[in-house]
Design a binder for this molecule. Structure first.
Ligand code: ZN
Length: 195
């Protein structure tokens, strides 16, 4: 499997050619996430396995994939209080039958003993799939798509979990909603990242 290896940016987790604290883009711009990490790069054989889980209904694959996320568990500063999956809009969840991020998050939560909270964050606006959109379009597509529940998140350090990290637009929109509802801080952990 294509594991993510050091050196990486301490903030966004992007791989770096040389050891440095943060990458150029994190140095230049503000980012609502404290740390972003991924276990693997989105390449074969992982990409095919993930496709089988998401689109061919083999959701039992979530268990070994969550184990890989636990095997590559990073140091979080500060330690998360709760694990929150990136929600799907109800319409898409009904069509697919499950939320792949929740399945991964449940598997991780059980093993690292951090509680799982699926009530903290909702997808209140239906969005078109991000896959075919440019980075700028992705930001517009997900902006304001999430709503967080204040009494679920107030004062908590949240760890968001999703399957694939591409431009960070989805994670940033979710983090902004959590922070607006009083979360103390938000980091993100994904199974795979594209860069
Ligand atoms: Zn960075």
């Amino acid at each position: 499997m294509p594991w993510v290896k050091e050196p990486i940016c301490h903030r966004c987790g992007r791989s770096l050619l040389h050891k440095a604290n943060v990458c150029r883009s994190c140095w230049k711009q503000d980012f609502p996430l404290q740390q972003v990490r991924a276990s693997l790069y989105y390449r074969e054989p992982l990409a095919g396995v993930l496709h089988k889980m998401k689109y061919e209904g083999l959701f039992a694959l979530a268990e070994p994939l969550a184990e890989m996320m636990v095997a590559a568990w990073p140091d979080w500063e500060p330690t998360p209080d709760e694990i929150v999956p990136i929600p799907l809009h109800q319409r898409r969840k009904r069509r697919r039958g499950f939320n792949q991020s929740s399945l991964l998050a449940i598997g991780v939560s059980d093993q690292v003993e951090i509680s799982f909270n699926e009530q903290a964050l909702m997808r209140t606006r239906h969005t078109v799939p991000q896959v075919d959109l440019s980075p700028a379009r992705r930001l517009l597509n997900v902006r304001g798509a999430f709503t967080a529940v204040a009494h679920q998140v107030k004062g908590k350090q949240i760890l968001l979990i999703d399957d694939v990290y591409t431009t960070g637009a989805t994670m940033s929109a979710a983090a902004e909603a959590l922070i607006a509802s009083g979360a103390r801080g938000v980091s993100a952990y994904c199974l795979a990242r594209t860069v």
